[in-house]
Design a protein around this ligand. Structure first.
Ligand code: PEP
Ligand code: MN
Length: 340
């Protein structure tokens, strides 16, 4: 349920409504980013719904009370009809520009990371991606450089000015990753790690939330809800391919997810064509389809020597191929009134 205060409502009236929500056992939640004063009432409304609507409707300063039928209350467009824009340093995600974050799957060493960062920046990428904590299927595979990797990412940001997106896998590492990263990535395998979602919610740092391999769009939104309900509205959703019976590609891109998410939620939506396809040959086509379908951004793996990459070489674009793709993406973006 949301309580929409009238534009003339006084601070006292807003406070009285907020206190009343808490008094009767619900959690009042206000979004500082929303201009009109909207108070969300969080908790199980159950059978008391109709009475509560009437109760708050009668309070001074209240314009109207609306029920939100979506289960993802704060992520819903019913709660926040305008697109949300997530600001990361000088980059805005969810506005007119389509934002491309590019870089290696894993941070391997300083020279590699800085070289790739410079190349993707020159091609028009607005953020640098790279993993320091890697969720690998095998415990014997390269697990990432940890804090050393984070330091390298920070150095690459210093050199290029590109904000850094990097994964955090464990609640105990959130503070450490926050020291270096601009955006905390929650990987597909952790989409329903609720303790981690709450912890990154409490961090207040922008979060890139990747869809689980076998998760429905609705589950992705419920996970976003965990982050927002901790007071962190800076959530970017990311479709990265799901598991289906099809095995011609690593995963199956759910292109439908883009328009569905744009319809159901105000949050920005990105797509990762690298993990979705698992093969560099298909990355460009799927990236272009995503921009045409309305994605607010892309997450693309780029490596200067894919054959020797420590992870995900087969799906990594070489910098020159990435630059060529960016030129094409810019024309696709223009066709749908966006800009790259
Ligand atoms: C990644 O972006 O490097 C990654 C591990 O992605 P995902 O969690 O989508 O597999
Ligand atoms: Mn990867």
């Amino acid at each position: 349920m949301i309580i929409i205060m009238s534009p003339q409502a006084t601070e006292e009236e807003i406070e009285a409504v907020t206190n009343e929500v808490a008094r009767i056992g619900f959690r009042p939640f206000t979004n500082p980013g929303v201009e009109r004063k909207v108070i969300a009432v969080l908790g199980e409304l159950d059978v008391r719904k109709a009475d509560l609507v009437e109760h708050f409707q009668a309070m001074p300063g209240v314009a109207r009370v609306e029920l939100i039928s979506d289960l993802w209350k704060l992520a819903s467009r019913q709660y926040h009809p305008e697109n949300s824009i997530v600001r990361v340093r000088n980059v805005e995600i969810g506005g007119r520009d389509v934002v491309v974050a590019a870089g290696p799957c894993s941070v391997e060493n300083e020279a590699q990371t800085i070289e790739i960062a410079c190349r993707v920046k020159a091609a028009g990428a607005k953020m640098l991606r790279g993993g320091a904590f890697k969720p690998r299927t095998s415990p014997y595979s390269f697990q990432g450089l940890g804090e050393e990797g984070l330091k390298i990412l920070a150095k690459a940001r210093e050199e290029t000015g590109l904000p850094v997106v990097t994964e955090v896998m464990d609640t105990h590492e959130v503070d450490l990753v926050c020291k270096y990263a601009d955006v905390l990535q929650i990987g597909t395998r952790n989409m329903q790690n609720y303790a981690l979602l709450k912890r990154v919610g409490a961090s207040g740092r922008p979060v890139l939330l990747k869809r689980g391999l076998g998760s429905k769009i609705k589950d992705l939104l419920m996970s976003a809800e965990y982050i927002i309900s901790e007071g962190n509205h800076q959530v970017i959703l990311c479709e990265r391919g799901i598991t289906t019976f099809e095995d011609a590609t690593r995963h199956t891109t759910d292109i439908n997810a883009i328009p569905v998410l744009k319809n159901w939620t105000h949050l920005p939506v990105m797509l990762d064509p690298s993990h979705a396809t698992g093969a560099w040959q298909y990355v460009g086509a799927v990236a272009k389809a995503a921009v045409a379908a309305g994605a607010d951004g892309l997450l693309i793996e780029v490596h200067n020597d894919p054959q020797h990459a420590m992870s995900d070489g087969p799906q990594s674009l070489r910098p020159d191929k990435f630059a060529e793709l960016m030129r094409q993406l810019s024309r696709v973006a223009q066709a749908v009134d966006r800009y790259i």
